[in-house]
Design a protein around this ligand. Structure first.
Ligand code: GUN
Length: 293
């Protein structure tokens, strides 16, 4: 069994981005600028956005954090999105989800200029991804592809079972793993909360990508010997053993599943660290106008 070290790979990618930013600076180019809109005070969102801003500083990007209280109107938020679309200094921006119920997330996402949509959530980016065109791929799926690539994991012809059908992970992951590309070329099965006999599907999987948000859902008796297991789960489970009062728990019962795997990602330290660095990579691509002019 080999542990897939997302922390190490993300650190390596960070150095690569730092080196590129240095080159941009040296040649008098424009420093990539990421803006983030955060609405309200959700604990998870606060942590993620703080971490995104901090990573921008670490790689040498410019960053802007725009905050609103929970009672911001949809109109006000859309106005800011349009302002960022039109601000030539901002290369890419994100609106941290979830948003309060009175605001349509879909409307906000569709208002973002797809050329600045470094989250890859805009239907143009999603659509282009699904037919294999250059686009911004959302951070978690992009991070998972990068892990498979950097560990030289063969995917062609394999049966990839994806647990979860979210717009952020499950659906894009399925689309990417079925592409005629590397990583990809898989036979893909998507299982979700209404799937009957999930265990039977999992037992047929060469690759399992677990993104249900259900702590320790994947047990040893659901995994065949030699499988590759990618755990996207990050549920905060209350714990009296940590200072923060919670423990980040994956969708895989790691201790019993790991011995059966050829490769497995831990939680924390697997997919998690790859997500933010993939957003940085997208911001770099946006700054360099690699994907769109
Ligand atoms: N909420 C959970 N994950 C994400 C993400 O990747 N981007 C944004 N904008 N919001 C999120």
């Amino acid at each position: 069994m080999e542990l897939i070290d997302g922390k190490a790979i993300s650190a390596q990618m960070k150095l690569e981005i730092v080196a590129e930013v240095r080159q941009i600076k040296a040649s008098g180019g424009k420093i990539p600028h990421l803006a983030a809109i955060l609405v309200g005070h959700d604990g998870g969102s606060e942590t993620y956005v703080a971490s995104k801003v901090k990573t921008c500083e670490e790689v040498g990007f410019k960053s802007s954090l725009i905050r609103y209280e929970n009672n911001v109107t949809e109109e006000e938020l859309l106005k800011k999105v349009i302002e960022l679309n039109n601000n030539p200094d901002v290369d890419g921006f994100i609106v941290q989800l979830p948003l309060p119920k009175h605001i349509s997330e879909q409307k906000v996402i569709e208002t973002i200029d797809y050329r600045k949509d470094v989250d890859g959530f805009h239907p143009i980016n999603v659509g282009r991804m699904s037919i294999g065109l250059p686009c911004f791929v959302s951070a978690t799926p992009a991070g998972i592809l990068e892990l498979l690539k950097r560990y030289n994991i063969e995917t062609s012809g394999k049966h990839c079972v994806i647990l979860g059908r979210s717009n952020i992970v499950g659906k894009p992951m399925a689309s990417l793993m079925m592409q005629k590309a590397y990583p990809g070329d898989c036979t893909v099965t998507v299982c979700h909360s209404r799937t009957k006999n999930i265990k039977e599907y999992c037992l047929q999987a060469d690759i399992i990508i677990a993104a249900l948000g259900s702590p320790e859902f994947v047990k040893a008796d659901m995994v065949k010997d030699g499988a590759i297991v990618i755990d996207v789960g990050t549920t905060r489970v209350p714990s009296n053993k940590t200072k923060s009062g919670f423990k980040l728990t994956g969708d895989v019962k790691f201790d019993e599943v790991a011995p059966k795997c050829s490769y497995i990602t831990p939680v924390p330290g697997g997919v998690g660290p790859m997500t933010i660095i993939s957003l940085m990579k997208n911001t770099l691509l946006a700054g360099k106008k690699t994907i769109y002019q």
